[in-house]
Design a protein around this ligand. Structure first.
Ligand code: HEM
Length: 811
């Protein structure tokens, strides 16, 4: 039966994705109205993502949707409007808002009372008013115990932009680790209220800035409901205590005013003319971020997205937009031009944001310094000699070899206990890489390293028979008990995470500052500082006793002592350049080796024919060791195993652990014929087109003069099937008929290039060769079910497989 009733079409505003998302989250939140906080653990549930906001006076970028009034301009306004005449803040201890309304009023004095005609507001681009009687119902909460209310709302006067700024007073206490319910609620509600008013109804985005007063503290937040991604993105500043000193408090009020009265920025992003981009990214507030988020949800890694863009647009140069109102970032996917920038264009490019990211952890180490900074040379000179072939062979190889033997000992135990079942070895690779890099850098701690701890735990279980496997199917992975990582490994992990996340922060400096208050970060700093100091003391004692250095640190100290003796100066025991240099060694050498090893093992397990080829090559190269049924020694391994080297090179070409690196323009310059302004961030792909997939054609005349002058024998792999895994591409037959490994057979960038390319490349190769040689001499890596070989990947400083299932059989 047909009904004669016709349903009312819902209003076009209600159909907007942004409105639907805001309504959905508000509905989810409503039952929690009486709770003061939304804990970080629940942000996911309410589709909230949260980042940081830079409140420093140096920042002109107000969370990307506002252009902030500069400090000079603010000072000028202060004297023009007589802020100095306002009396000091007097908190009222009986106030139901726990003083927050008092502090908000104090701001109000600055905004309005100075000039009775509201001259200040009249001059600005914003209108300001209290919520009207309709709005008030949804912008305040006044039951018995909790209280909050939106006090003032600011909108753009001529209505061409939908921004809303507001002040919010809270009786609850702000907390760095979570968001106030009132903050999230107000952002969502103000978004909806704003879209109700013509001409805002035509907008798809509404940036909301909230200044929350709580007692005598405040913080600033920016929120944005993203209709396409279905979430609300909030950036919050750290909490600022309001000073009781009149002068300082006035400064703080001016800081707040620069946010409330800032110039609102329009949503259209200005692309650099002629460079392809995702057109939708210039039309929506989050630019390309929403798509990146989708990619993260779908495959667990954002890095493949950067590799796809060139092919998508059919252009080796593409521009992308990484955030609301952000300026374009250039993405370059062409071996020859990337190589040229890294090796010949120091005058045009610098490290930019990368230096800022690293400085938060290693301020004195050379990787944090620009090449033109005079301190760069000095810091690098301290690390001299550590990557020479003889030092690596004599000093670095033995501890790496010993760590590998311990890894094999662990895996023999696991092999025995697993009785043919696969296990996830990713955790062991992390522990191994840590032991290896730490022992090469400084020597292991007295506790003997993370692998030994793991071995002890398993032995104890085996001996006491507390670990039973039952009798499950042979393909079902076995899960072994794991030892907690050492304090030093935990500390390194904390800093590695802090480092790679800082790359994605609008202000790495602020991110590091904010993080420096986290207990885990403080602990990490203390633990590593103590560890390195104690190793420095040990090294000094060793060298003074006339012993030869046994680690990189020992060698540095030996030089320092020799220099001190030669110059007559006393030895500096606590040189920050040495401390940071050694910590840089650990950070740069740990994750990268883990990522490389995970890809190599993955290939050996999933391509067993390759495993056989590499093993055959090792058997031929180290015949004596095979015949005597023992491991090849360090000195035997100085003889190169040709196919092994080609295999490593090919795996890292196809599965490059460091996918993209960043630089920025040092002055206005040209890339592939396009004018690029000073201070533009540039992403350089180290794999993808021309390296692991076919290149995107580039007209020769568009290349830089140095690139054209140099030409390139190794410009791409187009004529030899770049997507095919083929270690033979790295082999060459000499006129004498000998097959050799030739690293210059074609392009690669897995270690970057030029003078800021990987400093530890030779150690990296050495470690990979030692592990693969000893591993394939000891075990057959047997077949595992297809489902366990799947390549779920993770992002950190590197991109690598999340798991590494091995089923081992001793040879
Ligand atoms: C085995 C795997 C390794 C890979 C794939 C790798 C890759 C890279 C890449 C791509 C860069 C350039 C990063 C950028 O510009 O953003 C780099 C830089 C660097 N790497 Fe490695 N690396 C590896 C191992 C190591 C090891 C074992 C060490 C030291 C022990 C090390 C020390 C460094 C240092 C100090 C830099 C900074 C150089 C500078 O600022 O001038 N790397 N590495």
């Amino acid at each position: 039966m047909h009904s004669h009733q016709t349903s009312q079409p819902s209003s076009p505003v209600l159909q907007k994705p942004i409105v639907q998302v805001a309504l959905r989250i508000l509905r989810q939140l409503r039952p929690h109205l009486a709770q003061p906080y939304i804990d970080a653990g629940n942000w996911n549930e309410f589709c909230i993502t949260c980042g940081q906001l830079d409140l420093s006076w140096e920042s002109e970028n107000g969370g990307n949707s506002l252009r902030l009034i500069t400090s000079e301009k603010m000072q000028q306004m202060a004297s023009q409007y007589g802020f100095g005449r306002i009396d000091a803040l007097i908190p009222d201890t009986h106030n139901i808002f726990n003083n927050s309304s008092v502090t908000a009023e104090y701001l109000n004095d600055h905004l309005f009372s100075v000039d009775e005609t509201d001259f200040l507001i009249n001059q600005s681009k914003w209108w300001c008013r209290n919520p009207d009687k309709w709005e008030v119902a949804s912008l305040r909460y006044f039951p018995n115990q909790e209280y909050w209310q939106v006090e003032y709302m600011f909108g753009v006067k001529d209505g061409h932009l939908p921004h809303i700024n507001c002040t919010l007073v809270e009786a609850g206490k702000l907390n760095e680790d979570n968001l106030m319910f009132s903050e999230v609620w107000s952002i969502l509600m103000l978004t909806l209220l704003s879209l109700r008013i013509p001409p805002n109804d035509k907008h798809e985005v509404v940036p909301v800035t909230v200044v929350t007063f709580s007692g005598t503290t405040f913080r600033i937040l920016q929120g944005l409901v993203d209709g396409e991604a279905g979430n609300v993105r909030i950036n919050k500043s750290s909490i600022v205590p309001i000073s009781m000193d009149k002068e300082n408090a006035t400064q703080q009020m001016m800081l707040i005013m620069r946010w409330l009265l800032a110039e609102p920025l329009g949503p259209s992003k200005q692309p650099i003319p002629g460079i392809p981009h995702n057109v939708y990214a210039t039309k929506r507030i989050t630019g390309d971020l929403a798509e990146l988020q989708e990619q993260q949800n779908a495959v667990g890694s954002i890095r493949p997205w950067f590799l796809e863009q060139a092919q998508k647009h059919g252009s080796a140069i593409v521009q992308i937009f990484l955030g609301p109102f952000s300026r374009p970032t250039i993405l370059l996917s062409d071996y020859r031009e990337v190589y040229d920038i890294l090796t010949h264009r120091d005058a045009d490019f610098q490290r930019g944001k990368k230096a800022e990211v690293l400085k938060g952890i290693l301020p004195h180490a050379f990787p944090s310094l620009e090449s033109f900074d005079p301190r760069y040379k000095e810091s690098k000179a301290i690390m001299r000699g550590l990557m020479t072939p003889s030092f690596l062979q004599n000093v670095s190889a033995p501890p790496v070899y010993r760590a590998t033997v311990r890894l094999l000992e662990l895996w023999k135990l696991k092999c025995h206990m697993s009785r043919g079942r696969p296990f996830d070895a990713a955790g062991d690779i992390f522990a191994f890489s840590f032991d290896a890099v730490l022992s090469a850098a400084t020597g292991l701690a007295d506790s003997g390293g993370d692998l030994s701890r793991q071995i002890s735990i398993l032995r104890a279980h085996e001996e006491s028979r507390t670990f039973t496997t039952g009798d499950p199917p042979v393909d079902q992975p076995i899960i072994f008990p794991t030892a907690d990582p050492s304090l030093e490994r935990k500390a390194l992990g904390t800093d590695e995470e802090r480092l790679w996340k800082a790359f994605y922060m609008p202000s790495p400096r602020l991110y590091h500052w904010y993080n420096s208050f986290r207990p885990a970060v403080r602990d990490a700093r203390r633990i590593m500082a103590n560890y390195i100091s104690s190793q420095i003391q040990n090294a000094i004692l060793d060298i003074k006793k006339g012993r030869e250095p046994r680690s990189a640190l020992g060698y540095i100290i030996q030089h320092q002592i020799q220099d001190a003796e030669r110059t007559g100066h006393s030895l500096v025991h606590d040189d920050p350049r040495i401390r940071d240099g050694i910590y840089g060694y650990l950070i740069a050498g740990h994750d990268t080796s883990v990522g490389s090893l995970l890809w190599l093992l993955n290939r050996l397990v999933t391509h067993r024919e390759e495993q056989e080829k590499v093993r055959n090559n090792l058997r031929e190269t180290y015949a004596a060791a095979w015949e005597e049924r023992r491991l090849p020694t360090v000195s035997e391994m100085s003889k190169p195993a040709t196919y092994l080297n080609a295999f490593i090179e090919e795996v890292l070409r196809i599965n490059t652990p460091v996918v993209t690196i960043t630089v920025s323009t040092r002055r206005d310059t040209t890339i592939l014929g396009h004018q690029i302004p000073k201070d533009t961030p540039i992403f350089l792909n180290l794999t993808g087109p021309s390296l692991s997939v076919p290149s995107i054609p580039v007209e020769e005349c568009l290349r830089s003069p140095t690139s054209q002058a140099r030409g390139s024998r190794r410009e791409n792999w187009d004529d030899s099937n770049p997507t095919k895994f083929c270690p033979n591409r790295w082999l060459r037959t000499t006129p004498e008929g000998k097959i050799i490994f030739d690293a210059s057979s074609g392009p690669t960038l897995m270690f970057s290039a030029g003078r800021r390319g990987c400093w530890g490349k030779n150690l990296g190769y050495l470690e990979l060769r030692i592990v693969l040689t000893l591993l394939l001499r000891t075990f057959d890596l047997c077949e595992i079910p297809d489902s366990l070989g799947s390549q779920e990947i993770y992002d950190s400083l590197v991109t690598a497989p999340k798991r590494c299932f091995l089923r081992l059989s001793e040879l």
